[in-house]
Design a protein around this ligand. Structure first.
Ligand SMILES: C[S@@+](CC[C@H](N)C(=O)[O-])C[C@H]1O[C@@H](n2cnc3c(N)ncnc32)[C@H](O)[C@@H]1O
Length: 358
């Protein structure tokens, strides 16, 4: 952590507020329930800059303030919980922080959507009824969407598979996007319109461009921005996400969107060649660990791309990857942090990369 960030942590200590949650600091989830929200946002920006300044030269780069979540509490549409049977036979439901043998029991979660909190007693009842006698523990996932339905899985093969009629959905800027229990989807639905609008604005007019949605998941960006482009190419490796992405494309009848199932490492070079000669714009949104060396090498070599956006939930892997992009001639133009995970230590960051002449 940079000196500035450490200083801010000390300052922040003097500005405490009452946390909403009785297990704050114990369950391993939240870090900042005891800070006023504006202070949390300022602190997150300082921490991001501390990490970035260590790896990158930010001279001339526009760094926005952290965009606040419309809901600083009660925003998560998904919780990952542990059901644990102890020696006495009693079964508990709660969070299992790293390196903890027991669970921290919860009756509600202040950062989860109220529908999920309200469902927790029922989840515990249903989970206990389903837990096989010879199971000591099970990892449960419980999720909801815009319509407030709650579903869960985690005990039994295919228990997280939903049929299309049961897919969750959220409406982002007038477009319904479906997701499931066994697909990745952003945990904070309320902030997604701001992210899509920011991308829309930063990209500008692009009717003649091909858009690459890499690490596409169920197609949040491909579908959400599909109207902007003449052609869209998505790449995603998870078969569950690909199934739901297909459903999203059919639901919106998006004939100009191609979906490639496979690893970026194995597919991206060919996909890029297929669109050679056209104006190309892309977004990469990899998992926390960032880009593999193979993926990074392919992507940083795309010097004829007009604009590339990198969205990341991990400032450290992001800074590492950006450093490599900059070494290959890419220019950092703008950094737009979004508070996808209020009250926790996590931060989502969107970075716009381009070339000197653009
Ligand atoms: C952080 S999620 C982003 C998904 C989507 N952009 C969204 O916002 O909902 C990363 C996605 O990349 C996929 N993925 C992980 N490694 C991959 C790889 N090597 N090649 C292709 N997809 C990958 C995961 O299955 C997951 O859906």
């Amino acid at each position: 952590m940079s000196i500035e960030a450490q200083y801010s942590v000390e300052q922040a200590v003097e500005e405490k507020v009452e946390p909403l949650c009785p297990v704050f600091g114990v369950c391993g989830g939240c870090a900042y329930q005891d800070l006023p929200y504006p202070r949390e946002l300022a602190l997150k920006k300082e921490q991001l800059l501390g990490i970035f300044n260590h790896e990158l030269d930010l001279k001339g780069v526009v760094v926005d303030d952290v965009a606040a979540s419309p809901e600083p509490y009660h925003y998560r549409n998904r919780l990952d919980l542990t059901l644990l049977r102890i020696r006495s036979g009693d079964i508990f439901l709660g969070f299992q922080p790293a390196y903890h043998r027991n669970v921290v029991q919860i009756d509600s979660c202040a950062i989860s959507r109220p529908e999920i909190s309200a469902f927790l007693p029922e989840l515990k009842r249903q989970g206990i009824a389903k837990l096989p006698d010879n199971y000591r523990t099970a990892n449960l996932v419980v999720r909801t969407g815009d319509d407030g339905r709650v579903a869960w899985g985690g005990i039994g093969r295919r228990s997280c598979r939903l049929s299309p009629d049961d897919y969750f959905w959220t409406e982002v800027r007038g477009k319904r996007i479906f997701y499931s229990l066994d697909t990745f989807f952003q945990a904070n639905l309320a902030i997604l319109p701001a992210v899509l609008s920011t991308l829309d604005r930063l990209i500008g007019p692009a009717e003649d461009a091909t858009f690459f949605d890499l690490y596409a998941g169920v197609g949040l960006f491909a579908v959400g921005l599909s109207d902007k482009f003449s052609r869209v190419i998505m790449i995603e490796e998870s078969s569950s996400s690909v199934d739901v992405a297909r459903y999203n494309l059919e639901y919106h009848q998006l004939k100009h969107v191609e979906l490639i199932e496979g690893r970026i490492e194995d597919t991206v070079d060919r996909a890029l060649q297929a669109a050679a000669g056209t104006r190309r714009i892309g977004i990469v949104d990899p998992p926390r660990r960032g880009l593999s060396a193979t993926a990074r090498n392919s992507l940083k070599a795309m010097t004829d791309f007009e604009q590339l956006y990198y969205l990341s939930c991990n400032p450290e892997s992001l800074a590492r990857d950006l450093k490599e992009f900059v070494r290959s001639g890419w220019v950092l133009e703008r950094i737009v942090p979004f508070d996808f995970f209020p009250k926790t230590k996590h931060l989502e960051t969107l970075v716009k990369l381009c070339h000197q002449e653009s």
